[in-house]
Design a protein around this ligand. Structure first.
Ligand code: ADP
Ligand code: 5GP
Length: 193
C-alpha cells in the first residue's frame, strides 16, 4: 500500500513590503488546485480590497485574546502594534483538502513554527535593499507614516535574523519580479514532487 504523505506546509516570510503577497497571488493563480493559504487572524483593520475570511480573519483584541486562551493558535505574535496568529484550524482547513498549505508570517511566528510539530519548509523573501523596500512600502499606499516607520524598524530585525545560517531553506531576492517568481515557483513545485 502506498504510504500516506501529508501535504507540505510552506512558510513564507520577509520584511513587510518585500512582495510576498504579490508573489503568492501569482502562485495561487497559476496553480489553483495545488495550494491553499493559511488565513491568519489579525487585530489590524482591513485595507481597501481586503475581505474578512480571505486575506485575514479580522478580529478584535478581545476576540484574539479569547483564541489565545483556547490554545487555538500554532503561533502568534505582535507586529507593528497589532496581533497576528495562525490557528490550527487555518492550516487544517487547507491540508484536509490535500493541498499544500502556505503561511505568510513574520519572524517571531517563524521561530514558533520551528518549535511546533509542523514539519515546514521556510522561504525568506528579501528586498534588493532597504531603500527599495521603503519605496515599495510607501508606493503601496496602505500605511500611515507611523506604520511605515514601525515596519521599516522591524524589517532591519527580520533581515538580521535571516542572516543566521540554517534558518531558511531558501532565500529569494525579489528584485526583478518575473525572475523572483520563477525562482519561487520552481522551488515550491519541487517540494510537491
Ligand atoms: P508584502 O506582502 O511582502 O508586504 P506586497 O506584495 O504587498 O508586499 O508588495 C509591496 C509593494 O511592492 C506592492 O505595491 C507591490 O506591487 C510591489 N512589488 C512587489 N514586488 C515588486 C518588485 N519585484 N519590484 C517592484 N515592486 C514590487
Ligand atoms: P500585513 O499587516 O502587512 O498584512 O502583515 C504584517 C506582517 O505580519 C507580515 O510580515 C506578515 O507576514 C505577518 N503576518 C501575517 N499573518 C501572520 C500570522 O498569522 N502570524 C505571524 N506571526 N505573522 C503574521
Amino acid at each position: 500500500m502506498a504510504p500516506i504523505v501529508a501535504p507540505p506546509v510552506i512558510v513564507l516570510s520577509g520584511p513587510s513590503g518585500t512582495g510576498k503577497s504579490t508573489l503568492l497571488k501569482r502562485l495561487f493563480a497559476q496553480h489553483p488546485e495545488s495550494f491553499g493559504f493559511s488565513v491568519s487572524h489579525t487585530t489590524r483593520s482591513p485595507r481597501a480590497g481586503e475581505t474578512d475570511g480571505v486575506e485575514y480573519h479580522f478580529t478584535t483584541p478581545e476576540g484574539f485574546e479569547e483564541l489565545i486562551n483556547k490554545d487555538a493558535f500554532i503561533e502568534h505574535a505582535t507586529f507593528a502594534g497589532r496581533s497576528y496568529g495562525t490557528s490550527f484550524a487555518a492550516v487544517r482547513d487547507v491540508t484536509s483538502k490535500g493541498r499544500a498549505c502556505i503561511l505568510d508570517i513574520e519572524m517571531e511566528g517563524v521561530k514558533q513554527v520551528k518549535k511546533s510539530d509542523l514539519n515546514a519548509k521556510f522561504i525568506f523573501v528579501k528586498p534588493p535593499s532597504v531603500e527599495e523596500l521603503e519605496k515599495r512600502l510607501r508606493g503601496r499606499g496602505t500605511e500611515s507614516e507611523d506604520a511605515v516607520q514601525k515596519r521599516l524598524d522591524q524589517a532591519i530585525k527580520e533581515l538580521e535574523f535571516a542572516e543566521q545560517p540554517g534558518i531558511h531553506d531558501k532565500v529569494i531576492v525579489n528584485d526583478n519580479f518575473e525572475r523572483a517568481y520563477v525562482e519561487l515557483d520552481q522551488y515550491i513545485m519541487s517540494l510537491l514532487e
